[in-house]
Write a protein that binds this ligand. Structure first.
Ligand code: C2E
Ligand code: CA
Ligand code: CA
Ligand code: CA
Length: 281
């Protein structure tokens, strides 16, 4: 019955190859998002710098399509946003994460908090907090087992209602991180107004800490980590790929590391195998 909608759109004479491919990709994505087929969630560890222990994980959506193969989230997430599919996609991700956490717990494993990325229209949709509350109940998850990451651009068109939504999520025990911090060119006043828990320093600053011309990045990382400490926010360094980068970031008060050096995103079984242990005793 969905056929109609997919075959509906006519290929116009003035469309070039790229437009046609875009449209085919969008149609394929719509099918996958509606059925959930071909969508998976991978998990990347957030590791405590000092102990090397697992602190949390970030849920990263993956899409495999029989014709298009593995499509990067850098391509299909923005496409889902433009095509009005992101709320449904996000719901699939949240439900997959919740079901996985429930399954791991049922298997006697001890999963950490998992952070889910939220796009602007997901964050601003009516009823988000209620949906998350119901998700926790349906999958019998402990308080705060799922948290969220938002970029500064999500909050830009925000104002007062952002406080209400974030506080609603905090009341469910969720941690709320600002993602890609430092890339959004927004004012800093929201840091004072919003009940956040975490700042994630964008990987471009982390990667530029090493090598020539690192003074700008060093100044930014020093300022951001100092600010976070004053505000009582935890800091995650994103995109740590090398020992040299880890050494460089370790000069600053950064407790948590996320990057290929400490652990790549892994499919569920591989993640459990590598990172989840049964509680002792
Ligand atoms: P992000 O939220 O900033 O996620 C971190 C990205 O950096 C991920 O890319 C991850 O695989 C990659 N990464 C992690 N460690 C390293 C490293 O050491 N070096 C480098 N070069 N990269 C590293 P990925 O999985 O391709 O996701 C890209 C973006 O897609 C995400 O950026 C996020 O904005 C978006 N995204 C992914 N999953 C979801 C989702 O479920 N919902 C929404 N709304 N957006 C998502
Ligand atoms: Ca993120
Ligand atoms: Ca990020
Ligand atoms: Ca990013």
């Amino acid at each position: 019955k969905h056929e109609g909608r997919n075959t509906y759109r006519l290929y116009r004479a003035d469309m070039n190859q790229q437009d046609i491919r875009q449209l085919a990709l969008e149609t394929a994505l719509r099918d996958s998002v509606e059925s959930g087929e071909g969508l998976a969630v991978h998990y990347q560890p957030l590791v405590e710098r000092d102990s090397g222990e697992l602190h949390g994980a970030e849920a990263l959506v993956r899409w495999h399509h029989p014709d298009f193969g593995d499509v990067s989230p850098g391509i299909f997430v923005p496409l889902a946003e433009r095509a009005g599919l992101i709320i449904t996609l996000g719901r699939q991700v949240m439900r997959q994460v919740a079901a996985q956490l429930q399954a791991w717990r049922a298997a006697g494993l001890n999963p950490p908090q998992v952070a889910v990325n939220l796009s602007a229209s997901q964050f601003w949709q009516e009823g988000l907090v209620e949906e998350v509350r119901e998700l926790f109940a349906e999958f019998d998850l402990p308080r705060g087992q799922v948290g969220f990451e938002l970029t500064e651009s999500v909050l830009l068109d925000g104002e007062q209602r952002a406080v209400t939504v974030i506080q609603g999520l905090r009341d469910l025990g969720c941690r709320i991180a600002i993602d890609d911090f430092g890339t959004g060119y927004s004012s800093l006043s929201y840091l004072q107004d919003l009940p956040l828990t975490t700042l994630k320093i964008d990987r471009r600053f982390v990667q530029r800490l090493v090598g020539e011309n690192n003074r700008g990045s060093a100044a930014i990382v020093a300022a951001v980590t100092g600010l976070a400490r004053e505000l009582g926010l935890r800091v995650v360094a994103e995109g740590v790929e090398t020992e040299a980068q880890l050494d460089a970031i370790s000069r600053y008060p950064v407790a948590l590391i996320q990057g290929y050096l400490t652990g790549r995103p892994l499919a569920t079984d591989a993640f459990a195998e590598r990172w989840l242990t049964r509680p002792a005793g």
